[in-house]
Every structure is written in structure tokens, then in C-alpha cells.
Design a protein around this ligand. Structure first.
Ligand SMILES: [Zn+2]
Length: 123
């Protein structure tokens, strides 16, 4: 199998196919297309599972939660106000990162020929 010509990081973050950098990885906001519309690369092998969501949760925990705590402590705001201000920010942050990280994980999987380990494969 030939190696991809494009960086899985730059194409994945932009939601583009790692083989041709033209076709979109996505058929919806988060749903992957079955195949690349430009080159026909198969995207049904996607097996990232919860990987992108875990990275998003880690980043939200590192970035957003301390900012919300600082806001709460510095402004002495009621907890409901803090939740109303930072809840939408947290949701927007997670939604903004989830799609690029899903694209990145799929492209890294394709670029590295990553698959579930099996005992019966010939090496
Ligand atoms: Zn393609």
C-alpha cells in the first residue's frame, strides 16, 4: 500500500482526505463519509472510537475549567452565573475541537495503516 502524499496532521485538522487533500472526510458535522469524493479512499475503516473525545475532554479540563474557576473566584459571582457564562463556552470549545481532532485521528489511522491487532495476520 502506497504511503499518503500529504501530511495527516494538516489534512486531518482541515477535514480533508490524507491521500488527495481535496475530498472532505465528513458527510455531516461529525459523521464520516463512506469514501473520499475526490479519490475514492475508503473511510469506513475508521476506528478512532472515543479517542478524539478524550483529547477534547483533556483540553477542556486544562484550559476552560481553570478559566471558569478564576472567573468565579475573581468576580465572586453566584455559581449559577458562572455556569451560565462558562457552560456555553465549554460546549462551543468542545464542538469546535471535536471535528478537527476526529479528522486528525482518521488521517493518522490511514497514514499509519493502523488497525486492530489480530493473531491470524501474516506479517
Ligand atoms: Zn481523497
Amino acid at each position: 500500500m502506497a504511503r499518503p502524499l500529504y501530511s495527516p496532521v494538516s489534512t486531518g485538522l482541515r477535514g480533508r482526505c490524507v491521500k488527495c487533500a481535496e475530498g472532505s472526510l465528513f458527510a455531516g458535522f461529525l459523521a464520516f463519509a463512506k469514501r473520499c469524493q475526490a479519490c475514492g479512499e475508503n473511510f469506513e475503516i475508521e476506528d478512532a472510537g472515543d479517542g478524539p473525545a478524550v483529547f477534547v475532554i483533556f483540553l477542556a479540563g486544562i484550559i476552560i475549567c481553570p478559566l471558569a474557576l478564576i472567573f468565579h473566584i475573581k468576580t465572586n459571582a453566584h455559581i449559577i452565573v458562572t455556569m451560565l457564562v462558562w457552560g456555553p463556552i465549554l460546549i462551543a470549545f468542545c464542538l469546535a475541537l471535536l471535528r478537527p481532532l476526529r479528522g486528525l485521528m482518521l488521517n493518522l489511522q490511514i497514514a499509519n495503516d493502523a488497525a486492530e491487532a489480530r493473531l491470524d495476520e501474516d506479517v
